[in-house]
Design a protein around this ligand. Sequence first.
Ligand code: HEC
Length: 149
Amino acid sequence: MLLTAAFAACLAAPGAFAAEGEKPYKVNADGKVNWPTFSGYRRYHSECHVCHGPGGLGSSFAPNLLESIKRLSYEQYLEVVVNGRVNVDAATQNVMPGFATNLNVMCFVDDIYTYLVARADGAIGMDRPKHTGKPPEAAENEKACFGDL
Ligand code: HEC
C-alpha cells in the first residue's frame, strides 16, 4: 500500500506530457538544461544505459530509445518501464525488466522521459549536460516519493 501511495505521488500528473507541442525539456542559450532533463540524464545512466547504451543510442542487448520515444506515447513508455516486456522468438530472447518496485526509476520516470525526448529531438548531445539548479519542489517531490516525509 505504501508503495502504491508513493507511485501515486510520483505520477500525480498523468498525461502531463500529452499536450500537443509542449516539450518537457528546456535548453537555455548557454546550453544549460532544466532540472528534469539533468535528473533524467543521471537516472538513465545509472539504470538504463547498461542495456540501452549511452545516450539512449541502443546496444546489442536493447533497442535505440531515441527511435522508440518518437513512436511511443508517454503512456506506452510508462507501461513498458513499469511492467517490462518479454519478446521471445526462435532466435532471440529480449527481456526488458519491469521497474515497478524500483524507486530509483519510478520516482524519476518522468525525468528519464524528459531526457529521452530532449535527446530524440537533438536538443542535447551525449555528454553530461550542465543544469540551471535543483528547484525546492524537485527535492520535496523526491522525498515524498521515497517516503521520507
Ligand atoms: C536488462 C536490460 C535492460 C534494462 C536495464 C532496461 N531495458 Fe528497456 N528494454 C530492454 C529490451 C531487451 C527491450 C526490448 C524488448 C522487446 O523486444 O520487446 C527494451 C525495451 C524498452 C522500451 C520499449 C522500446 C520500444 O521501442 O517499444 C522502453 C521504452 C524501454 N525499454 C525503456 C527503458 C528504460 C527507461 C530503462 C531504465 C529505467 C530501461 N529500459 C532499462 C532491456 C533493458
